[in-house]
Structures are given as C-alpha cells and as structure tokens.
Design a protein around this ligand. Structure first.
Ligand code: BTN
Length: 323
C-alpha cells in the first residue's frame, strides 16, 4: 500500500479529527516529509485536508471525494471485505463490471467512477455523468436465481435507493415505473440492470445493477434540462454514505431474492398508480389508467375499452392533468 493510500484510509477512519504528522509517520514507517508529500498529493486530487501546526492533519467533515477507503469505513462489519474499485474516469461502470465478469470475476464487487464518458441507460440512451457531481456505481452480484429474479432485483433497487435518499437527506422522492426515481417531478436517478444469462438453464449467474444519481449537477444538456434534476444540498451527507448505504441494501436483498416485502414501499412510492399514462407497444402509443402494481412489479392497467392488462416491461409517460 502506498503512503497516500494508507494515509487516506487513516484519515477516512478518523474524519474530522486531528492526526499528528509524527504519529502518522511512525505508523507508516516513513518520514514526516513523506506524510506531508502524501497530504499534498491528496489535496491536489481534491481532498479537503487541513494542516495545523502542533495539531496535525484533518480530513474535513464536508470532504465529498469518493474513495474506496471512504466507502469501506461506512459499510457494516459483515461487508467490510467487499471488493471496491474506484476510478476518476470510466466509460461506464456497468461496462467495467461486464468486462470483469467476462474475465471470470466470481465475487460480488462494487465499481464506482467520479465521471463516465459513456454512461448509458435503458434503450441505449445516454446517462449524463459529469465529473464529481453525481454517483455512478455498479454492483456485480451473483445470485442463485432465475431470470425473474433480475426483474425483482431491479424493482427492489429502486426502493433501496429511494429509501436511502429520504433517510439520508429527508427529501421525498417517488418511483416512476419501472425504476426511475423522481424528485419534484423530475428524474434524479436512473437504474440500469443487466444480466448475463445462461440460456440453457434460464439462470442469471451475474447481475449488474447500475445506479446513477444526480447529486450536485447544476447544468444539464439542453435535451434533458427540463426533465432532469439533482438532489441539491445533502446536509453534509457524503456521496460515500449513499454508496455504502445502497450497496449494503442491494447485497442484503441479493441473499434473499424471494423476499417481496419491498413491494409495499414500491407501491407507496409509486408516482403512477391511479394516473393516466401513455404506453408503447411496437412503437405505437396507447392510453390507459394505472390500477396497481402486481407482486412481480408488473404495471396493472385498464384500457379505455375497459380491458385489464399487465405490462411487464417497457416505457410509459405519465400524463399531467391540466386544470
Ligand atoms: C436509465 O436512466 O435508463 C438508467 C441510467 C443508469 C445509469 C447508471 S450510471 C452507473 C451505471 N453505468 C452506466 O453506464 N449506467 C448506469
């Protein structure tokens, strides 16, 4: 481990506390100058480290850099050994997870990037992923399950993320079927679950759950500026806290994919139940009213002709009532 990595680990474990330069040097078996050099490197990378004469070094509470050490320290004891890979820049955290899976990765792993050059969402759409203002994470999980479990892990993830946002920030969010998270009528988070299937057995040995949350992004490209929003002020809650909380929730769920208790929250948080929607079938738009969500996450609708249908996948738009 480099001095920089060791120092960051100790600083994250003692956030907002002063640590003596001499004690750090003794602990790492290096000179005080080497510690100071590592502090300067971390500062150059963006870490908020204060140096005070006679008191030492302190990682400030408001420091919001994503790091492996910063996430790990916030994970519960039983997840401390989760392999975590963090990057300044990736094409896509989902694509990195797929590459690792293709190279034989058998463990559950977490991949996080400060920026994505090719972040993508469902139906090949872009996911805008600017530097240091969002959360772009993918969990590769191996479950002992079938294809239908991929659908439930996606649905469960939207509840886990929505609850994490509300618990950590006090902000109310809603879920737009299937799994977009909305705040004040605009999208704040997208989830892309991809499964690598074994066709013969209908099993999904590797599931990649990709989550993108707009945290402090202020400006969006023209084409999404009317529909995207950010969490905004998170009252001192760091992105590492969201990542640790969400990862723990998904890994817990992955050990018990038959548990459907999250559906109660899914329905409570749904922004579509009772609403008039437009859904698309073979590119053709149809109107319907949403009557509920079934236990498998299917959207129960009633057509204008009074026919009851269940949509299992696809895109819908919610019609706003103009009064
Ligand atoms: C959607 O809105 O359709 C889903 C967006 C999912 C974006 C996340 S960001 C982390 C992960 N990497 C990607 O390329 N996509 C997901």
């Amino acid at each position: 481990m480099s001095v920089q990595t060791e120092l960051l680990k100790v600083l994250e474990e003692n956030r907002n506390c002063d640590l003596s330069g001499q004690e750090l040097a003794d602990r790492f078996g290096v000179s005080r100058n080497a510690v100071w050099k590592a502090v300067k490197e971390l500062r150059a990378a963006g870490y908020l480290i204060t140096a005070t004469t006679n008191r030492g070094y302190r990682l400030e509470a408001e420091n919001d850099m994503i790091s492996e050490a910063g996430i790990r320290v916030l994970l519960p004891e039983n997840r401390k050994s989760l392999p975590i890979y963090t990057y300044d820049l990736l094409d896509s955290t989902n694509d990195e997870a797929k590459r690792r899976l293709a190279n034989g990765e058998k463990r559950n792993i977490l991949i996080v990037a400060e920026e994505q050059s090719n972040g993508h969402g469902r139906r090949g759409r872009n996911f805008y992923s600017p530097s240091h203002t969002g959360i772009y994470m993918s969990l590769l999980v191996h479950i002992d399950g079938k294809f239908e479990d991929v659908v439930s892990i996606t649905t469960a993830t939207s509840v886990i993320v929505a609850n994490a946002i509300t618990q950590l920030t006090g902000k109310e969010v809603q879920i737009k079927w299937v799994n977009d998270i909305y705040m004040d009528g605009k999208k704040v988070c997208g989830i892309l679950t991809e499964a690598i299937m074994s066709c013969e057995a209908g099993e999904a040995p590797g599931i990649i759950v990709g989550i993108g949350i707009n945290v402090s992004t202020e400006c969006y490209p023209n084409d999404i500026t009317d529909v995207a929003t950010s969490l905004g002020k998170t009252q001192g809650v760091t992105r590492n806290q969201f990542i640790a909380n969400i990862s723990d929730g998904i890994l817990k769920y992955a050990t018990n994919v038959k548990d459907t208790s999250y559906m109660e929250d899914y329905r409570r948080l749904s922004m579509v139940i009772g609403k008039e929607i437009t859904y698309f079938e073979r590119e053709e738009a149809h109107s319907a009213t949403v009557t509920g969500i079934d236990d498998k996450g299917g959207l129960m609708i009633c057509t204008p002709e009074g026919e009851a249908l269940v949509l299992r996948s696809g895109e819908i738009t919610v019609r706003l009532k103009i009064s």
